[in-house]
Design a protein around this ligand. Structure first.
Ligand SMILES: [Zn+2]
Length: 201
């Protein structure tokens, strides 16, 4: 039996420093998709997009699927992933192989160690982080709150936004790869439109 074609029919405008994974979920919601199965295959030829997707793969294909909203694979890498914060810790001899993985999905052995983490930190944490101050600020500014990439850095703990006057503790939200993005939205973790906004508690 042929596999159902999964695609995003709507590409919403990207948000400032929006997590690439969060953008994919948001696109899925506004496209009216009821199921998330097959989305990872369509976007990056992977079985799943494992939250928080700290080390993404196949960004060239992701760019092709999401164009023209995201202008290049390089833009996704630089503006919508945590990789720029991790790159200074990558040994020079591993940089080329890591980039091949990020852009073209080539396998890299021990990739979590390459980016400076134990496997547990980046591979077994099916969760996303958010900052309530940022949620409020996003809503006040444009009515859309979204997953910020900088909140997803493992071990961060506090929101690094320069706009906050005091340290704002990040909240960790369990989110599973198979979970419907709509469920996240109605739980108030991913806020799509003002009409569907909920205050996370
Ligand atoms: Zn914040």
């Amino acid at each position: 039996m042929a596999r159902a074609v999964v695609r995003l029919s709507v590409h919403p405008p990207k948000e400032y420093e929006e997590s690439a994974l969060g953008y994919c979920w948001r696109g899925s919601i506004v496209s009216g998709r009821k199921r998330i199965k097959g989305l990872a295959d369509y976007l990056v030829e992977r079985r799943t997009l494992q939250p928080p997707w700290i080390v993404p793969a196949n960004l060239r294909q992701l760019h092709a699927r999401l164009a023209p909203v995201l202008s290049s694979a390089d833009e996704i890498l630089k503006n919508h992933t945590c990789i720029p914060a991790l790159m200074p810790f990558v040994r020079p001899k591993h940089v080329a192989a890591l980039l091949n993985h990020l852009l073209d999905g080539e396998h890299v052995r021990g990739i979590s160690a390459v980016v400076g983490f134990s496997g547990r930190n980046i591979e077994s944490r099916p969760a996303m982080a958010l900052c309530l101050e940022c949620v409020r600020a996003d809503r006040a500014r444009g009515g859309v709150a979204y997953w910020h990439r900088e909140h997803q850095l493992p071990g961060l703990g506090y929101c690094p936004s320069p706009w906050h006057t005091s340290g704002c503790r990040l909240r960790t939200v369990p989110v599973f790869a198979s979970e419907q993005p709509q469920a996240q939205a109605t739980a108030g973790f991913l806020l799509v439109r003002p009409a569907t906004c909920f205050e996370p508690s």
